[in-house]
Design a protein around this ligand. Structure first.
Ligand code: SF4
Length: 747
């Protein structure tokens, strides 16, 4: 395979081209890289390379790289970007430390020990690919394509995911970004406004920004945070509904300290109050609403008083929020959220958010919900082949969908149950690509059992993680700084009058090191070995990117000439399509056996002595993916547990005390963290950052740092409409010095 040669050739030409680029020239001359006094002037070659796209989180900020003698020494935002601009976050800056992390996977490895307790032996790529191809083919021959399960995450996992799903024919693909994150949001909005909402709400022009559980500032996505901050600078009022005094709550005009799991009741009461007092957007609803009368009648029971009792929020505060929203409608941003897999009743809450936006007439208006109108590019990948039988696990014995509003793929729990029972068929092959289901999916021990019973497990990743310990073959992938990748399109972040669109493609800022390969090489080589050589859609990642750019009249060479980003005139995002409607009462949902009108479904409350385990993001980590990054570890090495200060006093705990946890099923945390006492959390809940407490000793920096919250999420709940997980239905007590301490709030 001539892939390496092609890549090196490109990098040589890219470096030369970069020197000639107008932006590169300008930036290089200002780069100000300081020389050591011992170095002769002119002995170092400084240059700026364009076209990088960050992947320290999924947001994909546009980058330039500063190189010194071919070593990447600094990452910055691309000055040409109309998305993140020159700004990047702490994690984006720390990408350098991922690139040169000595713990990174370097060579193909074979596990000659046990799954979960591996002993690694370095093998050649040929041996590794032969084994992956042969073993997956053996599973396919014995159990059918459906016997292979795929757990993908991130942009490099798309190409292999398409291969296994479209060409090989397994339906058993489960993406964490859907089934443990945003899938519920997307399908609930689809059932209400006919499209997934994304996150591009017009916050810069908003008069009120309404966040339900959103904790911007801790959850950092650069252009998104810029948009939020601009809204606040422009005078928007901020309403934050959260059991915890988050970074956003700290900036809010109204902080609603809601009881976890009751958000839908809160939203229904707000809407009922607005409608009852004729403060709703009647003209908008007349024109675009569907089923509004049934909806208004159906939520009538939700008085302010009833919601106040359910949500543990004062009547006056619910009224205050409703009045504020109604007085400023339609220029209000009801944010759809992102990681919304909370309580297993989440589809109803997301439907309520979509309906509230409709009640306020806040679709396609300044300051409201406005979709990103992005340019069209190609999507070269594997073709769909005809597959004989339907092995959809999401069908019951009457051939009806179990979770009819599921996002693309198969709900994770259905795959795991089939794997463990062998019914309706065995699942014996597993492809893990960039996903770490040990620390993503509730029921860690269940996941381990699933992996244990496989005939073959292969894993592709950049870093060792907890799940890489379960692979038979572990393949090292190039990082986002060393490869081409899918195209990123978007629009100007601030909804300026002169609306613009951009097209960019991830281009390498550094040459690959050791024996790491990219997703197209690895997938194609496995495909050849499984007998699919003639179906291979592209020979290299560069070919794929060029094909996709061609649809937009561009090429890699052209993008390089344009400093990595092509900018063109945009379309007016406020133009509402003729067929737009807000389905307040959804008959199809009702026909499928679910409430047609958003409905509050109560969740279990903590038993005596326990508090609910809540978790979230921290600003300097992207869950487990960044735990081994030496800069980010230094910034936040552990995940202190938030505990209400009054309770802490009663429990004899103080700031900095080392504690562990035991959950309602008797499962104990393997590691400990420290206590952070604060009045900023409800007494029925505790909170910690997600993704800590890795068990993989190959992560020399991140191993055993803090507590792995996923290990305590053993009660598995599933959102009935979508099959996505609810992940905040577990309860814990503290352990200090080996002694279990009850949490008195619920006693
Ligand atoms: S928000 Fe930060 S980590 Fe995410 S893509 Fe942008 S710079 Fe990278």
């Amino acid at each position: 395979m001539a892939f390496n040669l092609t890549r090196r050739k490109f990098l040589q030409s890219a470096s030369l081209a970069a020197v000639a680029l107008p932006l590169s020239k300008a930036v290089a001359s200002e780069s100000g890289i300081k020389r050591s006094p011992h170095e002769a002037k002119g002995s170092l070659k400084n240059e700026t390379v364009v076209g990088g796209i960050c992947e320290m989180c999924f947001w994909r900020c546009q980058l330039v790289g500063k190189k010194r003698d071919d070593r990447l020494v600094k990452i910055e935002g691309n000055p040409k970007s109309i998305d993140n601009g020159t700004s990047i976050c702490a994690r984006g800056n720390a990408g350098i430390k991922l690139l040169y992390d000595p713990d990174r996977l370097k060579y193909p490895l074979k596990n000659v020990g046990e799954r979960g307790n591996p002993k690694w032996k370095r093998i050649s790529w040929k041996e590794a690919l032969d084994e992956c191809g042969d073993k997956l083919k053996a599973v396919q021959d014995k159990y059918g394509a459906q016997g292979i399960s795929v757990f993908p995450h991130g942009s490099t996992a798309k190409y292999p995911m398409h291969f296994f799903e479209r060409t090989v024919g397994t339906p058993n693909v489960s993406e964490a970004s859907f089934f443990q994150c945003r899938g519920i949001r997307d399908t609930a909005y689809l059932a209400t406004i006919g499209m997934a909402p994304g996150e591009k709400v017009d916050m810069p022009n908003s008069k009120v920004i309404f966040l339900l559980g959103g904790h911007f500032g801790e959850n950092v996505h650069v252009s998104h945070v810029k948009s939020y901050m601009k809204g606040l600078q422009n005078g928007a009022k901020l309403v934050v509904v959260d059991p915890r005094y988050s970074a956003s709550a700290a900036k809010s005009d109204i902080w609603v300290k809601i009881k976890p799991g009751t958000d839908t009741a809160f939203l229904l009461a707000i809407m009922n109050y607005i409608i009852k007092n004729k403060k709703h957007a009647a003209d908008f609803i007349d024109e675009y609403g569907d089923g509004f009368d049934e909806f208004a009648t159906g939520i009538k029971e939700w008085t302010l008083e009833k919601a106040a009792g359910e949500c543990d929020v004062p009547v006056a505060q619910i009224k205050e929020v409703a009045d504020l929203l109604a007085a400023n409608a339609p220029n209000v941003s009801i944010h759809p959220g992102r990681h919304v897999s909370w309580y297993g009743n989440d589809f109803q809450r997301q439907r309520s958010l979509a309906c509230l936006t409709g009640v306020l007439g806040a679709y396609y208006v300044k300051g409201g919900w406005v979709p990103a109108v992005t340019p069209k590019v190609g999507k070269a990948s594997w073709e769909h082949k005809e597959h004989d039988e339907d092995h959809n696990l999401n069908l019951n014995s009457d051939e009806e969908l179990i979770h009819p509003y599921t996002p693309p793929g198969t709900p994770t729990e259905l795959i795991r149950d089939a794997a463990l029972t062998g019914k309706p068929y065995p699942i014996k092959g597993c492809v893990l690509w960039g996903q770490n289901p040990i620390q993503t999916i509730p029921g860690q021990e269940k996941m381990k059992k699933v992996l244990k019973q496989m005939d073959f497990v292969m894993c592709v990743d950049v870093m060792p993680t907890d799940v890489t310990m379960w692979a038979d073959i572990l393949l090292p992938e190039v990082s986002y700084l060393e490869r081409y990748d899918y195209i990123k399109t978007g629009t100007q972040w601030d909804f300026a009058e002169k609306n613009q669109q951009y097209i960019s493609a991830r281009m390498p800022l550094a040459a690959p090191m050791f024996e790491r390969k990219d997703q197209v090489y690895i997938t194609n080589e496995i495909a050849k070995r499984m007998g699919y050589e003639k179906d291979i859609p592209v020979k290299s990642i560069e070919e794929m990117v060029d094909k996709n750019l061609k649809v937009a009249g561009l090429s890699i060479e052209q993008l390089k000439k344009e400093d990595g980003i092509h900018i063109r005139e945009g379309k007016n995002p406020y133009n509402m399509p003729d067929d737009f409607e807000v389905i307040f009462y959804n008959e199809d949902l009702e026909d499928a056996g679910f409430p047609g009108i958003p409905t509050y479904i109560p969740v279990e409350q903590p038993p005596a002595g326990f508090a609910r385990l809540l978790y979230g993001r921290v600003p300097v980590h992207t869950f487990n993916r960044t735990q081994n990054n030496v800069w980010l570890n230094k910034a936040m090495p552990s995940n202190p547990v938030w505990l209400n200060d009054e309770l802490a006093g009663k429990m004899g705990l103080a700031d900095g005390d080392e504690v562990g946890f035991i959950n309602q099923e008797g499962v104990k945390s393997r590691t400990t963290t420290t206590v952070k006492t604060t009045p900023g959390i409800r007494k029925d809940s505790i909170y910690m950052g997600h993704g800590y407490g890795s068990a993989n000793p190959l992560m020399s920096v991140g191993v055993n740092a803090g507590v792995d919250d996923t290990s305590l999420i053993t009660k598995i709940t599933v959102d009935p409409e979508t099959g996505c997980h609810g992940m905040r239905n577990n309860f814990v007590k503290f352990i200090k010095d080996g002694k279990i301490i009850d949490i008195p709030s619920a006693a």
